[in-house]
Design a binder for this molecule. Structure first.
Ligand code: M6R
Length: 366
């Protein structure tokens, strides 16, 4: 049941610290510097010899795949392609026997993802599943896999499934990186320690709830929203926009911040709230210039920033802080305020946040 929360979605947002702890418990032995994942350990040769990873998924799970692309390439130095299952299955894709196909699905029942898996198997690829629902069709159809252990997700808008998927995929990337020697021992240990701290940092990020409620009041009547992010946080921009669309029915688009000037900048005026993920990492200075471009066109800026940030605060209409962490794990924190923002806006507009119109929890039609 809802455990005192008004909606399943809110409950599931608040469950994320525990859910992520459940995801890495028993798999990540921080003091020993070991990652144990049966599905990977039992197929280690395949993982180490693979020339490429192809990720197939839909919706929010596809966004988790995009975050994973950045993490795998950065840490494990293996090329990754991320495909919508529905496109992949219908376009006669090139799949080699030494490809690893990773299928991501909360429900484990998504029809297009299932069809993509069958196709990959026919072509001789090794297929690995990242599912939440234990014993689901996809978990049975794949050669091996790792469960997210997020517990049941009832809200149609996916929240804890997303962050636990990123956690499983991060563990896999770290394990491969260690085995391949593509990151130093000290970085490996640093990442393990940082991943272990994510649940308490999410706890901290959740404390901005009241402030996010204020921001939501201010922009709930907008007809459009733009979400911008770069690098690891570009997929978070896509996910933030999807979350708002599906439960508030406000049109929203996610974009890589630097692409804005190639088109979407034309949309910006004083009516357009722009959510910019601007953590103090890799592309920070670049994102600041993107924010200036929005500001000079009177767009309203909601910045998702690292605790203690001053530069974005000076330019933005509102900032929402998240704790600092290593760059690959920032999506686990920057996602949290975006979930809460869409939740509050949808609620203020009187929408059914747990069961939005036209949507089902698992999409078993093709
Ligand atoms: O169960 P799956 O992860 O395969 O579902 C994929 C999508 O249908 C799902 O993520 C959908 O986009 C959510 N409603 C997003 O919140």
């Amino acid at each position: 049941e809802k455990n005192g929360y008004d909606h399943f979605m809110l409950k599931e947002i608040y469950e994320q610290p525990d859910a992520i702890t459940d995801t890495y418990r028993g798999r990540m032995l921080v003091d020993k510097g070991i990652i144990r994942m049966a599905g990977v350990d039992n197929n280690l040769e395949k993982f180490l010899n693979a020339k490429r990873i192809i990720i197939v998924a839909c919706g929010t799970s596809w966004h988790a795949g995009l975050v994973a692309e950045y993490i795998f390439e950065d840490l494990a130095r293996i090329p990754v392609e991320v495909e919508y299952a529905s496109e992949f299955r219908y376009r006669n894709p090139v799949i080699y026997r030494d490809d690893i196909v990773i299928a991501i699905s909360q429900s484990g029942e998504t029809a297009d993802t299932m069809a993509a898996i069958k196709l990959a198997k026919e072509k001789g690829a090794f297929v690995f599943g990242v599912c939440n629902v234990v014993g689901s069709s996809i978990s049975r159809e794949t050669h091996a896999g790792a469960y997210t252990h997020a517990g049941p997700e009832i809200g149609v808008a996916s929240t804890k499934a997303f962050t636990t998927q990123i956690t499983v995929l991060s563990l896999m990337a770290l394990k491969m990186a260690k085995e391949k020697g593509s990151i130093s021992k000290s970085d490996f240990h640093l990442y393990l320690r940082e991943l272990e701290l994510i649940p308490e940092k999410i706890e901290k990020a959740l404390q901005s709830n009241e402030h996010i409620l204020e921001v939501s009041k201010k922009y709930k009547d907008a007809s459009n929203f733009l979400y911008l992010g770069r690098g690891f946080n570009f997929p978070v921009a896509l996910e933030g926009a999807l979350k708002l669309k599906e439960i508030s029915y406000i049109h929203a688009e996610g974009y890589p911040a630097a692409e804005m000037k190639h088109g979407p900048i034309a949309l910006i005026d004083e009516m357009m709230p722009v959510v910019v993920i601007a953590t103090r990492k890799g592309h920070y200075e670049k994102v600041i210039s993107n924010i200036q471009e929005i500001k000079s066109r009177q767009g309203k800026i909601i910045g998702i920033v690292t605790e203690g940030d001053v530069e974005v605060r000076e330019l933005a209409d509102y900032v929402i802080e998240v704790p600092d962490t290593v760059e690959p794990f920032t999506p686990l924190l920057t996602t949290i305020p975006l979930q809460l923002l869409s939740y509050h806006i949808a609620l203020m507009l009187g929408k059914n946040v747990d069961q939005p119109r036209n949507l089902a929890k698992s999409v078993t039609v093709e």
